[in-house]
Structure formats: structure tokens, C-alpha cells
Write a protein that binds this ligand. Structure first.
Ligand code: GLN
Length: 283
């Protein structure tokens, strides 16, 4: 750039054009978020004076991020954050970036949640599901497990940053789970191995593979979690899963055949099946 001084608007337009040329879907929006991230300037202030000059150093920093985004590195890996249920979560390449679809799981869990209940979150990743539940239903007792040590460290940082008390532990599914849970929630890996190839580059190359791969038929982790959940749930305890949009029937059947009742399939905002829940009554 040879020390050229850019105005805010020139920089933004330059960024947007580069992203569009690189085939990034939301070029304008992503160029904007990165500009805000680097300069700290919000929309109102930008429109107040879009011809303001940007320092050479900030412009360089911005164009470097635009270059990385052009290579399909997810926006959230560049800003280090993703909002979920209205809370800002730290993310990195060790955790799945929280998806809006997963908010349906939190909303369903909140229908059952009451202060004093003990909740277990399996495959917790960034911790976004459990931490949101604890924020929105104070008085819940929360425990999050994940096989990845790096994910556990992200989840712990998120809990601390958002001011909630939760226990996070490295564990292969329920290996280190306690007992007597009122509720188990999970967004396990559920993509069929053969379908991962067809996902967009941001997901396929940058979300952790182990957070996506549900093995041959995509149902591997549902089978294991359903079987292992039974001895650790209280009588009347609830199990809730996020599912792939074509897995509702199969996951509901797996739960039914293991003794769960009152099974419900809920849709996400796009009208696709997204959450399966059921109650386990021991007798
Ligand atoms: N919903 C995620 C996706 O669309 C997958 C998450 C998962 O496998 N649990 O990529």
C-alpha cells in the first residue's frame, strides 16, 4: 500500500470488493465487521464522517484480515468471537463456532429448566449451550464435558468471562460424568462422514473435524449417549439433543426404543427439525 492514507469508506469499499471477488457470500457484512473489529468504530460514527483518514497501521491490519477472510478463514476466527443467545463467546479453531440453529436447543432446555436442577452438557465445545442456560436460568447447577482439552480450556474462559460458575472436564462422552442429573443436553457431532466433503470451506476446513463427524450414518454419538445416559439421569430426567434436519425420526426412535417417553421433535427458525427431547422414567 506504500503508505497511502485511506479514508474509512475507501478502506471498507476496498475490503468489500476483495471479499466479493473471492466469492465470500456476505462480503459487505464481513467487511463491515472486520472494519469495526480493527478500528472500534460503530455504524453511527462511521456514517457521521466516512471520509475520516485511517492510520497506516490500522489500514494494514484491516487489509491483512480481509486477505485472510478471502481465503475462507471464518470471520469468527479472525475476530475471536461469536454471539450466541445474546452473549459474546470466545472461539478458536479448537471449537465449533456457535450456530444460530443451536439456540433452539437452549430454548427447549429452558422450558424444562428450574433453579436447583443439575444439568450435564456433553460435547460442550465453547460451552455456549451450558453457559447460556446458566445465564438465563440462574440457580441451575452445570457441568460440561468434552473430549478435547483445548475445547475445555475455551469453555472455562467463557464461563469466567461471562461470570457463571460451571464445572468443565475433559471426558470421552460420559466417561467422567457424575450421577443424578435432571437434564442432559448435547449437540454432538452428527454429520455423516461422506457428507463432510460437501460442506462449505469455512466449516469443512476450519471447524474441528471431531466436532462434525458423526461417523458412517451420522448417528454414532446419539446411540452412545442414549445408552449411557440412562444410569446417570434421575427418574423423570430429560435428554435433549440437537440433530441434523433429516435425523428427527431416527433419533426419536433410538430414544423410544431405549425407554424414553414424551418424545418431541422441534423445528428451528428455518422450519427444519432441529431438537429431539424425551423423558426417562425408571420403574
Ligand atoms: N450444525 C453444524 C453444521 O451445520 C454441525 C454441528 C454438529 O455436527 N453438531 O455444520
Amino acid at each position: 500500500m506504500n503508505g497511502k492514507i485511506f479514508t474509512l469508506r475507501e478502506l471498507y469499499e476496498n475490503g468489500e470488493n476483495q471479499l466479493r471477488d473471492a466469492g465470500i457470500e456476505e462480503a459487505g457484512l464481513d467487511a463491515w465487521y472486520l472494519l469495526e473489529h480493527v478500528t472500534g468504530i460503530g455504524r453511527a460514527s462511521y456514517y457521521g464522517d466516512p471520509k475520516r483518514p485511517v492510520s497506516v497501521q490500522k489500514a494494514k491490519e484491516y487489509l491483512k484480515l480481509i486477505h485472510e477472510r478471502s481465503r475462507h478463514i471464518p470471520l469468527q476466527h479472525l475476530t475471536g468471537e461469536q454471539e450466541f443467545m445474546g452473549f459474546p463467546f470466545l472461539v478458536n479453531h479448537h471449537v465449533l463456532i456457535p450456530r444460530q440453529d443451536t439456540e433452539t436447543l437452549v430454548e427447549e432446555a429452558l422450558r424444562f429448566a428450574e433453579p436447583g436442577m443439575k444439568v450435564l452438557d456433553l460435547c460442550t465445545g465453547s460451552g455456549c449451550i451450558l453457559i447460556s442456560l446458566l445465564k438465563l436460568c440462574p440457580g441451575l447447577e452445570g457441568e460440561g464435558l468434552d473430549i478435547s482439552r483445548e475445547a475445555i480450556s475455551v469453555a472455562r474462559r467463557n464461563a469466567e468471562r461471562l461470570g457463571v460458575e460451571a464445572t468443565f472436564q475433559e471426558s470421552d462422552l460420559l466417561e467422567r460424568a457424575g450421577k443424578n442429573y435432571d437434564m442432559i443436553v448435547s449437540n454432538p457431532p452428527y454429520i455423516r462422514t461422506s457428507a463432510i466433503r460437501g460442506l462449505q470451506e469455512e466449516v469443512r476446513l476450519h471447524d474441528p473435524w471431531i466436532a462434525l463427524d458423526g461417523k458412517e450414518d451420522g448417528l454414532h454419538f446419539y446411540r452412545r449417549i442414549i445408552a449411557d445416559s440412562i444410569p446417570v439421569l434421575k427418574p423423570g430426567g430429560i435428554l435433549l439433543f440437537e440433530i441434523g434436519c433429516d435425523q428427527g425420526r431416527e433419533v426419536a426412535d433410538l430414544m423410544y426404543n431405549s425407554g424414553y417417553s414424551g418424545i418431541q421433535i422441534k423445528k428451528d427458525l428455518a422450519g427444519l427439525d432441529r431438537v429431539v427431547s424425551g423423558m426417562y422414567n425408571k420403574d
